[in-house]
Write a protein that binds this ligand. Sequence first.
Ligand code: FAD
Length: 400
Amino acid sequence: MLAKREVDVLIVGAGPVGLFAALSLVEQGVGVKIVDKHWRTHTHSYALALHPETLRLMDEWGLAQALIDNGHVVKKLGFYDGADHKADVDLAELKSAFPYVIVVPQSSLEWALESRLQQRGVEVLWNHEVTDFKLAGGRAVAEVTRYDKQSLGYPIARTDWVAAEQFQIVATHIVGADGYHSRVRRQLGIDCLTFGDVQFFSVMEFSARGNLAPEPRVVIDEKSTNVLWPMRGELYRWTFQIDEPSQHNPTIERLTELARDRAPWFAPEAPSVVWSSIVRFEHRLAPRFAEPNAWLAGDAAHLTGPVGVQSMNIGIREAHDVARRITEILRGANSEELVASYNAERAREWGRLLGRDGEVTLQQGADDWMGRHRHEILTCLPGSGDELEQMLNQIGMTLA
Ligand SMILES: Cc1cc2nc3c(=O)[nH]c(=O)nc-3n(C[C@H](O)[C@H](O)[C@H](O)COP(=O)(O)OP(=O)(O)OC[C@H]3O[C@@H](n4cnc5c(N)ncnc54)[C@H](O)[C@@H]3O)c2cc1C
């Protein structure tokens, strides 16, 4: 018989979405446990920008100002067809309390969220994997394995992770914020639908002298979608779409070659690659996001391209929404209605973003290039909801 621990909400996954869900629940007085199968996730930069709406949500828990102070403020986004400057989105014109985007590494965001959780008395249970769970009698019963480091081997020592303890967490609600391979989603029997081709991106962070691009620049041609992000000081990131992983070669020669081909205005002084990664993306979506007592948010339920940083930012909005709904249910609200409306709202938003439902239309006088690339442009904008529509309107487009 395994030991049992009881709690209101179990959150599986301590990426940005799980951490924000945990914080949003704790701030509303709900008891949480949050587990992650790995030993601390926040060592990588990955998704690097926070949308205006994300900043507004962070501000609810008093976190926005520190992120703004430690990040790089972006007020404009440029679109290019090679050398041709096609359009600008002026973020300062958005009707938002935070009319800008903040460039901040995902690792810094996760660190800020974990620190705030600690201040509220919640420790992330790192090295804890949910290996199974079932929903029964209005509760989620999860099997959890804790891993410990063990030094093995003689004469050549090595360290392995070994299962040190197994126990159950019994919760009224379980939230699957467990990313791309989500076990929670799979246990619920939900398979993601995929649309379009798999895309590969070569991501290279580099330092260079000179003011290369004060604002992010999206470069779209007939074969690829690419983006140059200013990060902080002399640090920048190029994300190049490539045909296959073998074309990823994180050297300054390759970076310059790709940039010369796609963005002829790019002229760095003394560049040097400091970090790189090859990333596989596809457009995919869970056909439902929730059922009574179980919820999905973030990459567990969807994925889109990397340029507009929509997967993580919309995932954070979902985490906030799930926390609100769970809090209301625990206070007596109708669970079925709140589950059904979450499913309907998520399907509507992602259906439009992934081009399944609705259409981006061009306003009169808009450039042909914008029309040809309207679907790519939609996923490259750093916003969602009303703010996304305002950004589209600025460049002569409407999301119907
Ligand atoms: C190499 C790389 C580069 C990227 N670059 C970009 C980019 O340029 N732009 C962009 O927008 N996005 C990028 N992303 C995607 C971005 O990182 C994700 O959108 C974001 O992390 C999603 O957050 P999440 O919290 O939903 O999931 P994740 O960050 O994936 O977190 C899920 C967590 O769940 C944990 N977990 C999984 N299964 C279990 C289990 N059974 N038990 C316990 N814990 C579990 C995992 O250990 C993980 O920590 C990149 C991702 C990668 C991997």
